[in-house]
Design a protein around this ligand. Structure first.
Ligand code: URA
Length: 235
């Protein structure tokens, strides 16, 4: 693929802008300066290039994990807070990366993003039940009756069928580990409220078999490659 199209596919701007970036001598491929936008490069899984000194690896599709901080909305047009897209390089927004499901602005932890429509659909479809593990700090001490209610199913306002957790485990008096299959609006907060308690803080720790990496600082993101995608699919 020629260099202009490579940059375009990775979100570096319009075709014309990408041509200009190359012609202006701002791009190095595998360490060597290349000023010819028409120069062809084979699309290997390790095609590395630099734009303005920043390295980038060609990826046909983008899969990312973000450690979401509190106070960010999962929307491109946030109403009251910053957008999680402010935490990503602009190329990723340009190439159409979107959130795979949403976390509330005050929820922290694992958020997936991708520009692969089929992947986004697969992980957000109500039919595909992917376990998600949350840690909820509760206002009141957790008791056996609340844990039993969460496991057996609680009726959420406006719903006809009860919602049951896959697992509800007390990590300490005020710390609940809740695994759920669905991703309904405010699901964890509503379930905990229906069980007679209240969520003060919420953190998503895991999706499928993929846990938020301990090395991923709050507000930072990492690429998901095949091993991480395989872990996500494991349940
Ligand atoms: N459940 C909630 O209540 N909020 C979230 O952000 C995610 C799950």
């Amino acid at each position: 693929m020629d260099l202009e199209r490579i940059l375009f596919s990775q979100g570096f701007g319009t075709r014309r802008q990408c041509r200009g970036i190359v012609a202006d001598g701002r791009v190095r491929v595998a360490g060597a300066l290349c000023t010819d936008p028409d120069a062809d490069f084979p699309l290997t899984p390790t095609l590395d290039f630099e734009v303005d000194g920043k390295s980038w690896r060609y990826r046909e599709k983008a899969y990312l994990a973000l450690n979401k901080p509190e106070g960010y909305e999962c929307s491109r047009d946030p109403q009251h807070h910053l957008s999680v897209f402010h935490l990503l390089p602009p190329q990723l927004t340009t190439r159409g990366v979107q959130c795979v499901g949403r976390l509330d602005q005050d929820t922290t932890g694992l958020l997936l993003l991708s520009d692969d429509g089929a992947f986004v659909h697969a992980f957000t479809s109500p039919k595909r039940k992917v376990p998600k593990v949350y840690l909820a700090t509760t206002r009141h001490p957790l008791d056996e009756a609340q844990l039993a209610a969460l496991s057996e199913g609680v009726l959420l306002h406006g719903e006809s069928d009860p919602s049951a957790a896959l697992a509800a485990v007390r990590r300490d008096d005020h710390l609940l580990e809740l695994s759920v299959l669905e991703g309904k609006y405010h699901q964890v907060k509503r379930m905990v409220a229906a069980a007679g308690n209240r969520v003060e803080k919420l953190h998503r720790e895991r999706i499928g078999g993929f846990a938020l990496p301990a090395t991923l600082a709050e507000g930072t993101w990492c690429w998901l490659d095949e091993p991480e995608l395989a872990a996500l699919r494991r349940e």
